[in-house]
Ligand binder design. Structure first.
Ligand SMILES: [Zn+2]
Length: 448
């Protein structure tokens, strides 16, 4: 039945009714029209969503807007607890117009407009908030993994060098990091390792590529490093690495069996003709058990101290007798290599020797004949050898990778006493060479 037909029927039916009833029905009809009209107007209304009092969008109704806000809060709950928007959100009725947007559009828009805050677990280093993660369990896992990463072996105990604690903090959800990102941040902004250990077949260019730096930058950060002579296991300083926010110190006492070097002894024998020598005794390796106290920071050994040496088997020195006439005093020979850091003041500190450019593993020759007065770890010098040449002259060879002489042993001019390394406080393989005259370091250049 169409509308007009309905009306016609109604009119016909009304005509048949008594007057009072007619009036009553008319009132009802008018009322109906008013209510109907009102609900029609109401359906034409919409809801304006305001952020900090500024209308940002119009949606169909408030319930829809609230659903969107709640779903955004729910999504942020993966970041922490007590999630709430930092801005105030208000709703007001407005006239429906062509600008009504969908729930999806509103969600996208509010995700941009709103910032959420949550209660998270903050990691404080020396009382400064450094990173925030979801909860206490995650924060503790971050710290545990950081320690484990730098625990160099089961015998090591690890501790943070700084005061570290975990506290509840309100923080913007966009600043709450995942477990992996929090670890990276604490290790240094970019997550790039501070040192790279050279692997088989790797070139400087491979390494530069891998860490997104130029070979020139790498070369500049490692001035003593010769790309053509790169060694497997060699440590290269990386560039573009921020300082770590937490430093992990690992400490252990380690006992290792070490073969002692083959000592040599030279004796003068005035009965031997000029230039002649003879072996009096063949050398035999000794064996010792050495206990080291090792301290490493962020996986890099900084200190190795001998705490105990237990000689299991004494070494037998090679004893050679030489004609006394070959033992004439001769001028010393400074180990070869360009001087990359001279003797004298350096960064406000006295550099007591010269740094010579030499590749890792290059044999180091004694400056002159003499007797070994030090052969072992010596603090910042790392593996270090001192040779006493008599007349108050001692030469020192530092940062060696290996030492092949023992204290008390006699050496000849140029005889190998060890190999170039980067032990102790050293930024790369080189030889630190000192000439000490009557206890005072002198410029070795004057002694060449
Ligand atoms: Zn030096």
């Amino acid at each position: 039945m169409v509308f007009e037909e309905k009306i016609t029927h109604l009119k016909t039916w009304l005509g048949k009714q008594p007057k009072a009833l007619k009036q009553g029905i008319s009132v009802l009809l008018v009322l109906g029209l008013v209510v109907g009209g009102f609900s029609f107007v109401k359906a034409q209304n919409a809801c304006a969503v305001a952020v900090n009092g500024q209308v940002v969008a119009v949606v169909q109704d408030q319930t829809k807007a609230e659903t969107v806000v709640n779903s955004l809060i729910k999504e942020n709950q993966t970041k922490g607890t007590n999630v709430k928007p930092l801005q105030s959100i208000t709703y007001q009725t407005t006239e429906k117009n062509n600008n009504v947007i969908s729930e999806e559009e509103l969600k996208e828009l509010l995700a941009e407009e709103l910032t959420f805050e949550a209660t998270a677990s903050g990691i404080k280093v020396n009382n400064g908030l450094k990173v925030a993660v979801r909860d206490k369990a995650t924060a503790e896992k971050v710290l545990e993994e950081l320690k484990n990463e730098y625990k160099l072996g089961p015998e090591f105990t690890v501790a943070f060098r700084e005061t570290v604690n975990v506290v509840n903090v309100p923080v913007e959800t966009s600043k709450i990091l995942s477990l992996e990102d929090a670890i990276k941040r604490l290790k240094g902004e970019s997550g790039v390792p501070r040192y790279h250990t050279v692997k088989e077949g790797e070139t400087l260019w491979d390494i530069a590529n891998k860490f997104n730096v130029s070979p020139e930058e790498l070369q500049a950060a490692n001035p003593n490093f010769t790309p053509e002579r790169m060694q497997i296991g060699q440590k290269i300083k990386m560039v573009g690495v921020a300082d770590p926010l937490i430093n992990v110190e690992a400490m252990a006492e380690k006992t290792v069996k070490e073969e002692t070097a083959l000592p040599q002894q030279m004796r003068k024998n005035s009965t031997l003709p000029f230039g002649q020598s003879r072996v009096v005794q063949k050398a035999e390796h000794g064996l010792k058990e050495v206990t080291y106290k090792i301290i490493a920071v962020n996986g890099l050994e900084i200190e190795r101290e001998v705490v105990n040496v237990n000689v299991i088997k004494e070494a037998k020195p090679l004893i050679v007798e030489r004609s006394a006439q070959t033992m004439v005093a001769s001028r010393g020979a400074r180990p070869s290599g360009a001087i990359i850091s001279p003797f004298g003041q350096r960064n406000g500190r006295m550099h007591t020797g010269v740094d010579l450019a030499k590749s890792y593993g290059t044999p180091v020759g004694a400056y002159n004949s003499g007797s070994v007065v030090r052969a072992g770890w010596y603090g910042a010098y790392g593996n270090c050898v001192d040779i006493n040449h008599g007349n108050g002259v001692v030469t020192r060879y530092a940062h060696l990778s290996t030492i092949s002489v023992n204290v008390g042993q006699s050496v000849e001019k140029g005889q190998s006493i060890g190999k170039v390394g980067s032990t102790g406080r050293s930024t790369g393989p080189h030889l630190h060479f000192e000439v000490i005259v009557n206890g005072t370091p002198r410029n070795p250049v004057g002694y060449i």
